[in-house]
Design a protein around this ligand. Structure first.
Ligand SMILES: Cc1cc2nc3c(=O)[nH]c(=O)nc-3n(C[C@H](O)[C@H](O)[C@H](O)COP(=O)(O)OP(=O)(O)OC[C@H]3O[C@@H](n4cnc5c(N)ncnc54)[C@H](O)[C@@H]3O)c2cc1C
Length: 554
C-alpha cells in the first residue's frame, strides 16, 4: 500500500521547506510528505495523487498566498479529498480570518506561525488529525451497493442509515444502466426495490435496517445474556455513559436504534463543546466517542430498538421488538428526542421524497445549484442552512416568528446574515405541498396578511423542535405530561414527602435515578435537562458513578 500523503503549501520557500522538514522528521516513515509553494501547484499535485489512487491524510495550507488564499485552496482541495483533515497556517493577525474560514471549509485546526517547538505545537495537532483520519477511513465495514429509485423514501432511508453509520456504500439508480446491470446480475426483480448487494455477493431484497447493518459488518445482537449495565440510546448521553461504564470495568452494552451519534451526529458543526475552539462536526465527535467506548470494552449494538423495560426482582430486563431481551443489573435511558413532524396537507406523502426531517446529510450534494427550503428558526435550522448554502443555489429559511433573535445564537445569525446565498423569510409558514413521485411545489402563507404563494420546490428540510418518544415506558417509569422522564428530586413524592409510589429502597432516589431503582435517565430525554451536547455527556458520565452506588447497596 502506498503511504498516505501529508501535503503542505506555503508561498514562502523557507517556511515551506521548514514545515516539510519538520513533518518528514516525525511522519516520514509512514507518510509521504509533499510540499508546494502555491495553491495552483498544490492542486495540481493533489490531482496527480488522486489519479494514482493514493490517499491524502492531512493538508496544511498557508492563508496568505498571493494567487490563491489558503481558504480558497482548501475549498477546492476538499472536492478532491473530502476526508483529508485540513489545517490553516496563519500569522497572529489572521486569527479572525481563520475562525471565519472554519465555516467555509470545515477547517479542523488553525496553527499560528511560528510553531516552534514542533514537539509541542505541531506534532500533537497532526497526531490527532491523523488519528481522526484513520478512524474515518479504516472503519471495518464492507462496501454495500444499494439499488433503488431516486425518489423512493425507503432508498433514502437506507442511504441515510449507511451514511450515519459510516458504512461504505454506493447508490445506483434502478433506471440507469449500472443499476439495471447490477439487478440483472443479482437476479433481482426491478419492480421490488430497494435491493442491497453485500460485499460477499448476498442479495437482500427490501431488507430491514438490521439486515443491512449485519451485511455491512455491524453488531446487532448481544454476545451475552447478562450485563452490569445496558445503555439505551447512542447519542452523546448514551456514549458518555458507555465510555465511563466500559472504562470503569462494568460489563456494558449500548443499544442504538439507528446510528450512534444521535442528534449531535447530524450536526454539521458543534461550536460550543468544551475543548474544540474551532468547532467540531457532530459526526466526528460522536464517531470518536463510539470508538472510545468500544476501546474500553463496551459492546455496541446498532439498528436495535428497545420496546419494553421490565424490573424483575433485582434484575432489569430490556426487550426488543422481535421478543429477544437483555438482562442487566442497571439501565441508563438515553433516548433523547426526535424531530416533530410538520403538519400540513400533502407533506406526509413526500417524506423522504424531497421532504426531510433533520439535516439529511446524504442529500446535501444532490441539492447542488437548486433552491433549498429550510423550516425552523433555531440553531439546528441555522446550522443546516449554512451547510446547504455550500451546495445549493439559494437557501430560503422559513421562520414563523418575526425574527431569528429569540431562537438562534447570535454567532449563527451573523453568519447567516453575511451569507449571500441564504434568504430568511420571517412570519412565514408552509401550508401545503404537492408533487407526483417527489416534492414539486410548496404553498407558503404570510402569517401577518394571510396571503398565500405557491413556489416550485424540490427540497424541504424541517427543523421544528423535538419531542421524546417514550411511550414504551408508560406505566413503568414516571414521566411528565410531555413524556420526558422524571428523575431524582423531580419525582412525585408520597404524602410523607418521600419518593415515589412503589419505591422500595431505604433511601431517596439518586439525582439521575428514575422512579424505578437502578434505572437512570440522562440527556435530552430527562425532564428539565439542558439540551446540550456537553450536559448530555456529563450526565452520562455522572450516571455511571450512581450505577456503582446502586450496585454496591442494592
Ligand atoms: C442539528 C442539531 C444541531 C445541534 N447543535 C448543537 C450544538 O452546536 N451544541 C450543543 O450543545 N447542542 C447541539 N444540539 C443539541 C444536542 O445535539 C443534543 O442536546 C444532544 O444530542 C442530546 O444528546 P442525547 O444523547 O440526550 O440524545 P440524542 O442525541 O437525541 O440521542 C438519542 C439516541 O437514542 C436513540 N434511541 C431513541 N429511542 C431508542 C430506543 N427505544 N432504543 C434504542 N435507541 C433509541 C436515538 O436513535 C438516538 O440516536 C444540536 C441538535 C441538533 C439536532
Amino acid at each position: 500500500m502506498p503511504r498516505p500523503v501529508i501535503l503542505t503549501v506555503d508561498d514562502d520557500p523557507a517556511v515551506s521547506r521548514a514545515v516539510a522538514r519538520d513533518l518528514r522528521r516525525e511522519y516520514g516513515e509512514h507518510h509521504r510528505i509533499v510540499r508546494a509553494e502555491s495553491g495552483p501547484t498544490a492542486l495540481e499535485a493533489l490531482r496527480e495523487i488522486a489519479l494514482r489512487g493514493e490517499q491524502v491524510a492531512v493538508i496544511l495550507a498557508d492563508q496568505r498566498m498571493p494567487r490563491m488564499t489558503g481558504v480558497e485552496f482548501l475549498e477546492q482541495a476538499m472536492d478532491l479529498f473530502p476526508r483529508a483533515r485540513r489545517v490553516l497556517l496563519t500569522a497572529y493577525a489572521d486569527t479572525d480570518a481563520a475562525i471565519t474560514a472554519i465555516n467555509v471549509v470545515d477547517l479542523d485546526h488553525y496553527l499560528l506561525k511560528p510553531w516552534d517547538p514542533p514537539e509541542e505545537k505541531l506534532y500533537p495537532v497532526v497526531d490527532s488529525l491523523l488519528a481522526a483520519w484513520r478512524e474515518s477511513s479504516d472503519r471495518p465495514s464492507a462496501t454495500i451497493r444499494i439499488v433503488g429509485n431516486r425518489w423512493s423514501a425507503r432508498s433514502y432511508e437506507l442511504r441515510d442509515l449507511a451514511a450515519r453509520n459510516q458504512l461504505s456504500y454506493d447508490f445506483f439508480r434502478a433506471d440507469e444502466p449500472d443499476g439495471a446491470r447490477l439487478l440483472e446480475a443479482a437476479g433481482a426483480d426491478p419492480d421490488v426495490l430497494p435491493v442491497v448487494i453485500a460485499e460477499d455477493g448476498r442479495t437482500l431484497v427490501q431488507p430491514t435496517d438490521a439486515q443491512v447493518a449485519e451485511a455491512a459488518g455491524l453488531a446487532t445482537t448481544a454476545s451475552e445474556d447478562v450485563y452490569d449495565l445496558v445503555v439505551v440510546g447512542g447519542g452523546p448521553a448514551g456514549l458518555g455513559a458507555s465510555v465511563y461504564g466500559g472504562s470503569e470495568g462494568l460489563r456494558t452494552v449500548l443499544v442504538e436504534s439507528r446510528a450512534t451519534g444521535g442528534q449531535a451526529g447530524t450536526s454539521s458543526r458543534i461550536e460550543n463543546y468544551l475543548g474544540f475552539p474551532n468547532g467540531v462536526s457532530g459526526d466526528q465527535l460522536t464517531t470518536r466517542a463510539r470508538l472510545q467506548a468500544e476501546k474500553f470494552g463496551t459492546e455496541v449494538l446498532t439498528t436495535r430498538t428497545v420496546t419494553a423495560l421490565e424490573p424483575k426482582g433485582r434484575a432489569r430486563v430490556v426487550r426488543f421488538d422481535d421478543g429477544s431481551e437483555i438482562t442487566a443489573h442497571a439501565v441508563v435511558l438515553a433516548t433523547g428526542v426526535s424531530y416533530r413532524m410538520l403538519e400540513c396537507p400533502g407533506l406526509d406523502d413526500h417524506t423522504g421524497q424531497g421532504v426531510f426531517y433533520g439535516a439529511a446529510a446524504t442529500e446535501a450534494a444532490s441539492c447542488a445549484a437548486q433552491d433549498v427550503y429550510v423550516v425552523g428558526g433555531a440553531n439546528s435550522a441555522g446550522q443546516a442552512a449554512m451547510n446547504f448554502s455550500r451546495h445549493a443555489a439559494r437557501v430560503i429559511m422559513l421562520v414563523r416568528g418575526p425574527s431569528l433573535t429569540a431562537s438562534m445564537s447570535h454567532y449563527l445569525i451573523e453568519q447567516i446574515e453575511a451569507n449571500p446565498r441564504i434568504e430568511v423569510r420571517t412570519c412565514t409558514e408552509v401550508c401545503g405541498a404537492d408533487g407526483t413521485d417527489h416534492l414539486e411545489k410548496l404553498t407558503l402563507r404570510d402569517r401577518n396578511t394571510g396571503a398565500e404563494e405557491t413556489v416550485e420546490a424540490s427540497w424541504l428540510f424541517v427543523f421544528i423542535g423535538a419531542a421524546p418518544r417514550t411511550d414504551w415506558l408508560d406505566g413503568v417509569v414516571a414521566r411528565d405530561g410531555r413524556g420526558f422522564v422524571l428523575t431524582g428530586p423531580d419525582l412525585p413524592r408520597d404524602e410523607n414527602g418521600r419518593a415515589p409510589a412503589g419505591w422500595e429502597p431505604d433511601r431517596d432516589p439518586f439525582h439521575l435515578e428514575t422512579s424505578v431503582p437502578g434505572v437512570f435517565a440522562v440527556g435530552d430525554v430527562r425532564a428539565d435537562s439542558v439540551k446540550r451536547v456537553a450536559s448530555a455527556v456529563g450526565e452520562g458520565a455522572m450516571a455511571v458513578s450512581l450505577v456503582h452506588r446502586w450496585l454496591e447497596n442494592r
